[in-house]
Write a protein that binds this ligand. Structure first.
Ligand SMILES: NC(=O)c1ccc[n+]([C@@H]2O[C@H](COP(=O)([O-])OP(=O)(O)OC[C@H]3O[C@@H](n4cnc5c(N)ncnc54)[C@H](OP(=O)(O)O)[C@@H]3O)[C@@H](O)[C@H]2O)c1
Length: 241
């Protein structure tokens, strides 16, 4: 149990990568707070964690609403008094050629993939500073945080490049500040989740959410004083650049 007694918040924990992360952190002893909008999916994740002997609590809501993020962290303060780990996995991926994708879709993508992560990091760092100045924050980026694969991914690419800029900037702010708050990212290639494979076709060559969760755990369990800043996972069939 590598995370025994830790309090962890995982966004996007109703399905896909966030759910796999939440389940693994709970198996490693963390009490996991799960966020997404769909209550039934959160309830299923909480049930799976509890059935396996873990501890979990769902707080449903929309992370693009500032009032919800404030409510979420007020609830964490009240119920747990601190936060040790934040994993930002909630995200969306509107794909389409630039001349066709509605501008509003791009705006929604930035709101969730970048602005909502900023809001959660802001609240988490405030809480971590107030309660001893320790913690770990990991953002789920993408290989598209580092490279463009061209095609119709411009809006998603821009959001994930933006997320990398945010992550790098906050990590640099905190390194050497005297605080033990490590900020980093895990950047997967294509992962078999409802986002990428809604029809659940067999995709044995793709990454699985559990592989990303293992990379998250690896980063979270680095020795004291070490920040595993960026773990990038490619599916071998993908041409990375
Ligand atoms: N799958 C891939 O190939 C892949 C590759 C690289 C990176 N990523 C990144 O990994 C992360 C997770 O992707 P995934 O494939 O696991 O996606 P997913 O299966 O669609 O899961 C996304 C999760 O985010 C939640 N969410 C979406 N909008 C939200 C909102 N406004 N407020 C709160 N929660 C919200 C969803 O629940 P609700 O809809 O119920 O809110 C769901 O639980 C994303 O950041 C994605 O960009 C994915």
């Amino acid at each position: 149990m590598q995370l025994d007694g830790k309090i962890a918040l995982v966004t996007g924990a109703g399905r896909g990568i966030g759910r796999a992360v939440a389940e693994l952190l709970a198996r490693e002893g963390a009490t996991v707070i799960l966020v997404a909008r769909t209550e039934a999916e959160l309830a299923a994740t909480v049930a799976a964690i509890r059935d396996a002997g873990g501890q979990a609590r769902a707080i449903p809501g929309d992370l693009t609403q500032d009032a919800f993020v404030e409510h979420l962290f007020a609830a964490i303060r009240q119920e747990f008094g601190r936060l040790d780990i934040l994993v930002n996995s909630a995200g969306m991926a509107p794909f389409g050629p630039v001349e066709e994708l509605p501008v509003q879709k791009f705006r929604e993508c930035l709101e969730l993939n970048v602005v909502a992560v900023f809001a959660c990091m802001q609240q988490a760092i405030r809480l971590m500073k107030e309660t001893g100045g320790r913690g770990k924050i990991l953002n789920i980026g993408s290989v598209r945080s580092h490279w463009s694969e061209g095609g119709d991914g411009g809006a998603y690419n821009a959001s994930k490049y933006g997320l990398r800029g945010l992550t790098e900037s906050v990590a640099r702010q905190l390194h050497g500040s005297g605080l033990e708050i490590a900020v980093g990212m895990v950047c997967p290639g294509v992962v078999d989740t409802p986002l990428t494979n809604p029809g659940r076709e067999p995709r044995p060559e793709w990454l699985r959410p559990e592989m990303v969760a293992e990379a998250v755990l690896h980063a979270l369990t680095a020795p004291p004083g070490v920040n595993v800043y960026d773990t990038t996972l490619f599916a071998m069939f993908q041409k990375p650049w």
